[in-house]
Design a protein around this ligand. Sequence first.
Ligand code: GLU
Length: 286
Amino acid sequence: MNARTSFYRGRFAPSPSGPLHDGSLVAAMASFLDARAHQGQWLLRMEDIDTPRVVKGADRIIMQQLQALGMHWDEEPVWQSRRLPLYEQAFQRLQEAGKVYGCACTRRMLTGGPYPGTCRNGLPPGQQARAWRLRVPEGEASTEHFVDRWVGPQCQNVAREVGDFILRRADGLWAYQFVVVVDDGLQGITDIVRGADLLDSTARQRVLARMLGFTLPRAMHVPLLYDAEGRKLSKQNHAPALELDRPLETLSRAWQALGFPAFPAKNIEAFWARALPAWAARHCAQ
Ligand code: GLU
């Protein structure tokens, strides 16, 4: 093992709100191939923190789908719903450092766009905190430059473009942006490979990771798939579950969505044996 490949920890972090579909397989495949091509570890994390959206049993189905396609993870999977004390601790650290504040604004009071900072210097008289926000560093201190391994150079000033964002929601649940950073940090994730819909969250997550003292992972945001009406394939849009009775065709569709030409493979092992060096040649020389 040389230095470049000696330490790599990637993850696939599905929300178990339904089975995987062709769109989520593209992200799963890319993160799996990238981890294996770097001789790294590939972890599975169930992001079941948004409990109203979780569908009972979907986590098991996702695990069966991945295994049926020959995508085997390392280490025991984790479930965010079982990690609540870790989120509480990280939150307390931010709170003790004066980096969070209570917010009384309702969705109706906010017009969309960056949070205007209404509650930043204290709640309006007589109002109670509903949600908790991160005190994003002001000015250029929240400008994040990074090179996405798929999309290229990115730059976002989080204070200006997003504002103080929510860590704990009004319904008491932890926000995705918060728990994903705590988990990636505590699990020692070095490389995030996921769908392009999360590219815009990356600067926010970097700001938060810095404030929590975590090493910043590299990022790669791979293309999304769209249905015939041009909508992102998603569980909300009722994308059909992966076709596992034709696993090679299912794998090949995801592979082509990642910009590679189709090739014949006689079984699942043969598919991965050929896909892996092709991925490595294109994406691991960086
Ligand atoms: N749980 C998120 C999703 O399924 C992905 C989180 C991530 O990869 O950062 O969209």
